[in-house]
Write a protein that binds this ligand. Sequence first.
Ligand code: ZN
Ligand code: ZN
Length: 468
Amino acid sequence: MTSLVDVYARSGDVTSAEKLFDRMPERNLVSLTAMITCYTRHGKVDKARKLFDEMPERDVVCWNAMINGYAQNRRPEEALLLFRQMMLETGNRPNEVTILSVLSACGQLGALESGRWLHNFIGNNAIKINRVVGTALIDMYSRCGSLEDASLVFERMKDKDVVAWNSMIAGYAMHGFSQISLDMFDKMCTEGVVPNNITFIAILNGCGHTGLVKQGWDLFNTMQKKYGIEPKVEHYGCMVNLLGRAGHLEEAYELVKSMKIEPDNVIWGTLLGSCSLHGNLKLGEEIVELLVNIGSANSGTYALLSNMCAASGNWVEVARLRSLMKSSGVTKEKGCSSIVVNNTVHEFVAGDVAHPKSREVYQMLEAMNNWLAEKGYVAKIDTVLHDLEDEEKEQSLEVHSERLALAFGLLNTKLGATIRIVKNLRVCADCHVVMKLISRITGRKIVMRDRSRFHHFVDGLCSCGDYW
Ligand code: ZN
Ligand code: ZN
């Protein structure tokens, strides 16, 4: 019967699995674990946790099921907490499966210290750094902002497969080191490893971060002609981003129209964002009209168009779009930034006052504003147009979530320590300027992961070269 629960779980039939499970005369470790896996695989993490908590005894497989459930469902904080509980309270030793889940959680959170600790743990407990663990380490380190550590792991890995290469190439690309990722790609091919479609997503993404249009086209063609890989929607997305950001708007639009598959909302949003960035109202309007006609307009669409109108001084149109947006009930995703201090994740949303240390954070913000004013900094509202989502435009700029996280970081980390922030949306142009200035004023390195890439702020400059 236990294996039947498993069969239902795999087929996605949670209800049948649940019914069968409820009828079982005797629940044991195996059937309970199967049910936990079933729940988490279908997003019912809290139900799984309830079962987990009720278990009289647990083995490592069961702990793994629950920890992995959290990690897979993008609840990395709980994955880490549960892992710590496992280490502290039980005699169960983590194995490779545990390590992989926890590494993934660390990467999601940008929790570098926990990741390093885990890396040490692997070393001290004779867990082999095989391809899978090695690749997970590379992913973790680059997602936590430490390419140095990622490449150390990569260099030490023996017989690297395409997955390992992809992780390293994606790491460099994500951090804006496009040339290095291109060199890595060449090296990989020279060593006889055949690139797959993921390789091209990673590397095209990298080209987009620095505007390498020619290289991008070359790769896009090579991918199809030399390796016979049909472009997926993600590849098109990378190309549209690359072309659009670099100002080749018509070329980007032509590419979208020539697609053999249906363009998704991400692609349209990217193209529209580029029109906004380069102030091409005419093409922007044409696209919005098309999106409205096919019923694909969303909050981003309206926000971008309203930005464009604002930029050209068409305030009547701006007002019309605002009300249209409100009446169609589109909601905006709220900006949220997190920072890990002493193994605890602290989250801030824009204008947050819920954090227990809010008072200190706002005092620090005020101090930061004074430093900035001394350097002659003035907030530029119009630069917010750069923001793809524009979700926070109506919020006062000083309380964007990344600034709250930064203030908290300055208060609660050692003098001179690197500050690491993870944001769910793209960083806005104004906060980008502030981060640069604060890095110079305080002598701190600030590493920030936003929705699309990494920014390393050092001594008043950003690794993205202000191209993002
Ligand atoms: Zn901002
Ligand atoms: Zn930057």
